[in-house]
Design a protein around this ligand. Sequence first.
Ligand code: SF4
Length: 342
Amino acid sequence: MAEPLPRTLTTMKALTAAGLVAPERAPSLEPVGARYAIAVPPALAALIDPADPADPIARQFLPDARELDRRPAELDDPIGDGLKSPVRGLVHRYPDRVLLKLVSVCAVYCRFCFRREMVGPGTPGLDEAAFAGALDYIRAHPEIWEVVITGGDPLALSARRLAAATAALAAIPHVKVLRWHSRLPVAAPERVTAALARALVAGDKAVYVAVHSNHPLALTRLRAAGIELVSQSVLLKGVNDDVATLEALMRAFVEARVKPYYLHHPDLAPGTTHLRVKISEGQALMRALRRRLSGLAMPTYVIDIPGAHGKVPIGPNYVEAEGDDYRIAAPGGDETLYRDEV
Ligand code: SF4
């Protein structure tokens, strides 16, 4: 069972009472709240400036009437999890790793969520029998080296449930890496207790937490438990689609000893057109970032190809074949013809 989230704002009425939504806008947003779950925990609510119409935190977590504007290209299951799910709660898309979707609830409901049709309060997570089925599948596939535990937000579970899941996965000899994907350290840092961090420790297995953050924010206790941290961010229009914000975000990660890992091109989730950028814009931002940041601070810009085809880097490209040579672009844009002598 996920623990209750005290003081999290979960209704239009609560958002209005907290002063985050103007009362005159509330009626037009009620249908959005009825369609897609709302949860704004205190740590995030405190960061929103209701007087700023372009507030990047509000843009990510407060309902927007444009969410009901669904475009033909948008998909209920944008990355095709369902096409690669051999047993309930498990996605096996790449040979050496699986996704394990433990829960369907989150501490915060992101307006750009790629699983928004599958998450929300009241949506059942994995029951005991389904969890046992997922473990059986992993045990029967020795090629599975890494288990990526996701949801929903798996860290929304109690420390006791997390410890049980950790122990069950750590007991599988060929599983060497556990990677938890969570927005909790950013959305509700007070819930990342020492007990929760300890619940993720898996003996001699490597444990990573991929922290989802799209805008510079603080981090916590996980490292003290010996857990490695990597970042995941989604490139979002009006939130972080400018080089200064992305630079600040990546620097904040590195300073907090979180390795920038992925910058996701936004998925074709329903009702998210107003939050999407073009791939060409993302590539230009990555080029500009490369001019400012070291390799350590650079994320990989990736897209999850619709239809469960997997995730690939989408540039920008710095090298082009030219006869037997290669034309290579420097970070500043200068091009050099490189003779590939072997
Ligand atoms: S935390 Fe993740 S799964 Fe939950 S709403 Fe946000 S993006 Fe979706």
